[in-house]
Design a binder for this molecule. Structure first.
Ligand SMILES: Cc1ncc(COP(=O)(O)O)c(C=O)c1O
Length: 445
């Protein structure tokens, strides 16, 4: 089955949203998001009898998104006390949350356990001892580093041996941790891995799933521990560019299930009632969101190869740090402030016969005190004007959740386009007062 298209608002929607809520603005489409989550559920449950989907809330922890994910039957992966607080505020019971983190603070563990957390993903030996002391009955899994190196940006690659996350299988740490957890009477139910993010070649996830399954078999054979839960993490990529062609969710779920069941086949664990889990983030919400900016200054400057046109928008590094962090690319589109009957049409180029506007290659940059080239080398209609809007696709994941107040910019608002087409503000724009709220000047300064 072909994937549904990524969210792309109509020019009328863009103008209406900008007029009502201002820019920069994060916009999420509820029907698109629900459709995506439902498709994951259907695809996964079609290929295995006992499945569990957990939404990785780091991708977008806006309360509305957490509520929707929960309503669509997802558990919620929280990687901090703050993300747990968000899930609880969204009405998600703690029993439906899984606590992650490579350096969980004692206060976070205490908070999660006293709230009634559904599962803890254990990452290191001191944590095993702490959980055993606080409450050994909480269901736990061990995060494993299966030693697979995914093809993705180094900063979002986590499954390799040289990683701060989890217990290494190859060097014996994972087996030691299993023995420790069992000896301390923890309610260990299985294993977990997450090998990386924005993965377009699913081989790493397949290998990760296979690796933790083989490990589970070894633990059954050597220590009599029968795992009933395996979580292969998230990581499926999305379509930021034309070249990004992720596997359809249906094929991906089948591939994961096959990897695990084949590794179980003919072993002591064959026949065990295994719950197979995944915890996607980006591929749930990324394509359901866009960001709207307004064009301010347009500047032509001399460049090495002639001239560069900077189209400066009213956002940047503070609402989307991913281009600066990973060189990420996005689908970018110009939406004129109002319909222009006099587009600067090509008169002699290939677009002439079709009324396609002439294009120019520009650099869209932000407003920060960095050279924040948000989107270099973008083709925009040549008559881009001050006041026009830029619609950036695929920003539903790792944008709002990674936003900062750099340069003291208030963070943007988020709006949900409801299933009936109306707009609902789900996170209002920050104010200057809020940006300064935590500070005080010492007496006498
Ligand atoms: C432990 C864990 N699980 C799930 C995810 C979600 O990954 P993605 O958004 O690529 O699906 C992440 C993201 O980094 C993660 O660290």
């Amino acid at each position: 089955m072909e994937s549904e298209a990524r969210l792309r608002l109509s020019p009328a929607q863009v103008r209406a949203l900008a007029a009502e809520f201002g820019t920069p603005l994060y916009v999420l489409d509820e029907a698109h998001l629900r459709g995506r989550l439902q498709r994951y559920q259907a695809a996964f449950s079609a290929v295995h009898p006992r499945t569990e989907l957990t939404y990785a809330s780091k991708a977008n922890s806006t309360l509305a998104v957490l509520r929707i994910a929960y309503q669509e039957g997802f558990q919620i992966d929280v990687a901090s006390g703050g993300e747990l607080a968000a899930a609880l505020a969204a009405g998600v019971p703690a029993s439906h949350c899984h606590l992650h983190g490579n350096n969980k603070q004692l206060a976070e563990l205490e908070y999660a356990i006293s709230a009634g957390i559904g599962m803890i993903v254990l990452d290191n030996e001191p944590e095993i001892a702490t959980v055993a002391r606080l409450n050994p009955s909480v269901p736990c899994v061990l995060r494993l580093a299966p030693g697979v190196d995914p093809v993705t940006h180094a900063k979002i690659s986590t499954g390799q041996a040289d990683t701060k996350f989890g217990f290494n299988i190859g060097d014996g740490s994972a087996e030691r941790a299993t023995k420790l957890a069992l000896s301390l009477g923890l309610n260990l139910i299985g294993f977990h891995c997450h090998v990386g993010s924005q993965l377009l070649d699913p081989e790493a996830q397949r290998a990760g799933g296979e690796g933790i399954t083989q490990f589970a078999v070894a633990m059954a054979e050597r220590h009599g521990f029968v795992a009933t839960y395996l979580n292969v993490g998230g990581g499926l990529g999305i379509r930021y560019t034309e070249e990004d062609v992720p596997m359809p969710v249906e094929d991906y779920c089948r591939l994961i299930v096959e990897a695990v069941t084949m590794a179980f086949h003919g072993t002591v664990l064959e026949g065990v009632e295994l719950t197979l889990a995944q915890e996607p983030g980006r591929s749930c919400v990324g394509e359901s969101g866009v960001t709207l900016y307004q064009v301010g200054v347009i500047k032509k400057v001399p460049a090495k190869d002639g001239q560069r046109t900077y189209v400066c928008v009213d956002g940047g590094l503070s609402d989307n740090p991913r281009p600066a962090l990973y060189g990420s690319q996005y689908p970018v589109e110009l939406v004129p402030a109002e319909d222009r009957s006099t587009w600067d049409y090509e008169v002699d180029g290939p677009g002439a016969a079709f009324g396609i506007p002439r294009e120019q290659i520009v650099t869209i940059s932000g407003k920060h005190c960095e050279t924040d080239r948000l989107f270099p080398d973008v083709a925009l209609p040549a008559d881009v004007q001050v006041g026009d809007f830029i619609q950036v696709g695929c920003t539903g994941a790792y944008n709002a959740s990674m936003a900062s107040n750099y340069n003291r910019y208030p963070r943007p608002a988020s709006v949900l386009v409801r299933t009936d087409g109306t707009f609902a503000l789900v996170q209002r724009r920050e104010t200057y007062e809020e940006v300064l709220m935590r500070e005080q000047l010492p007496e006498g300064l």
